[in-house]
Design a protein around this ligand. Sequence first.
Ligand code: QUE
Length: 345
Amino acid sequence: MAEPSPVGVRALREGGVARILLDRPRALNALDLPMIRRVRELLENWRAEPLRAITIESSTAGVFCAGGDIRRIRQNTLDGDLEASEEFFATEYRVNEMLAAYPMPVVAVIDGVCMGGGLGLSVHGPFRVVTERAILAMPETAIGFFPDVGASHFLSRLPGGVGAYLALTGARLGAADALGIGLATHHVASWNLPALLRLLAEDPRPVDAVLRDLASVPARGSALARHRGHIDLAFTASDVAGVFRRLGNDTGDWACQTRKALESMSPQSLDLTLDLLLWGRQRSLRECLDAEREAGRYVVRSPDFIEGVRAALVDKDRSPRWGESRYRGMSPDGTVRWADEAPVT
Ligand code: QUE
């Protein structure tokens, strides 16, 4: 196998296409600041060039991107280096925004696990290709954080209760699920990806014609679609207590399992997450990212975040002991209110 690139991102030019390949396989391509900076630099360099498309890919089959380097963010807090985390999020969210407004077609190729920050690198662009190996999720409520990278914008616009369901439970989506709700635009079988890249570089037709030609129907159907009725019933409540109440009134297995899953999440994260989503439905991507950045400044210092990352990624005991929620509500201007200004961690 080739040596991984020092910054964890490779860049390739082929014909009319410029490719960004995430290349930190040992960390499941989890994004650190050097990687994010490199992606930003590539996007800045390419934006004035006569390219047909750019792609966001992974160098490793089966992995797209596990998210942000959240272990580092936690360590920054413990070290008292909050500026480092603020710079990370500011740069990451700026890249998310650039992808949403890029002057040429952006094609994300999701051939594996794609979580958290991985969605931020893929869903904002116009073309999101998934393969049969794609697994998409926003699992942050399990680590005391909240779905960020613009989730208050892209999840809040999903149909019915789907966005709140995904944000609160961290449920994993397969290819058919992602296509069904519009998070993905095309399914291309993984064996067909080399042809996709060749055609993007050489075929004179527009990107959407090439994608339409190679797209196929996923072999496995959508689990999400089967539960849509239950999802919409429970996850259109206007607060988390309401979601729990509605799930409690539903005696089916799905509702019971979903309630158990929610009970294992950080209560602070659940309250903040649902409010951000409801607020973000009527806001621009920029406004959503700004509100998320503001919320994150507090959350990374809060005990639930330190404990949640410890349990999931440091000690890996998967038994977080959540504390009292310090979240006190969200103002119409997107400011989040907390029990205290500077939490002790
Ligand atoms: C929730 C998350 C993340 C997570 C697990 C969660 C996340 C993230 C990682 C991760 C996984 C593997 C790595 C790594 C980080 O796990 O955002 O460095 O090697 O990046 O339950 O949000």
